[in-house]
Design a protein around this ligand. Sequence first.
Ligand SMILES: Nc1ncnc2c1ncn2[C@@H]1O[C@H](COP(=O)(O)OP(=O)(O)OP(=O)(O)O)[C@@H](O)[C@H]1O
Length: 275
Amino acid sequence: MSADQSAPAVVVDDVTRVFSKRGRRTVAVDAVSFTMRAGRDLGIVGESGSGKSTLARIIMGLDQPTSGRVLVHGEDLSSKPRSRAERLRRAKLVQMVYQDPYGSLDPRQTVRSCLVEVLRLHPPRGGNVAARASELGDLVGLTPAQLDRSPVGLSGGQRQRVAIARALAVEPRLIILDEAVAALDISIQAQILNLLAELRDELGTAYLLISHDLAVVRQLTDDVVVLHHGRLVEQGETGAVLDEPAEDYTRRLRDSIPSRHWREPGMLEELTRVG
Ligand SMILES: Nc1ncnc2c1ncn2[C@@H]1O[C@H](COP(=O)(O)OP(=O)(O)OP(=O)(O)O)[C@@H](O)[C@H]1O
């Protein structure tokens, strides 16, 4: 089945994920349903253990729901891809950027060769892999010298730029950002958030942002889904949900934002300048 251009970006339909370990049963995601509309960025928020990462892994096709199903651009990714071609095609639907890209970056490889490897699997338009690798570096603000280093020689923020460039190399329709800026200093967080917003405007890639930080979610998303103990407790437009939460849980979550000052207009720009 090919991706349906008019389908919503993501449909999560009555998804439950139960983990059973040594007689202990955890319902990580509990009958969750929502739709991420095409052309809108979505945040999934909730405190630690609310099921955000489990849901992200299910949407990515890295984990299977116990019941229910997920469609990404009209495709069910829960079954194993049957061929290399299918795996490559699915990669173009959705990519993921994690909190700490360290584990997923090979320290024996330069950043450039990592990008070239991805581009060989997903040839860019025009076919010039080397030129596109340089272009991607440029796009995410890495210098040519940084591209020729191992990720070990880069800072946390620079490594996150590499992870973003690698995801973009595939030209996916959707990027899942799982706490992608959480480990970074606040000024570097601001730079990466600004970069993500710029790239979205330039390339049209949609983001599904997993975060416990509502200020980050406010910055980057149009709509939000609030999870509590694996259940969906509230959803709607991000601004409306955060300004006028219908649920006490969302209000408590909002009021515990550590970086409250980010809400003030101009604060991000100021942080970026300082950083
Ligand atoms: N592989 C697993 N085996 C057993 N339990 C798991 C597994 N993965 C997650 N869980 C449990 O499922 C629940 C939801 O975890 P999940 O990581 O999805 O939450 P989260 O909202 O992403 O949390 P955090 O913000 O801390 O990453 C937790 O109680 C967690 O302990």
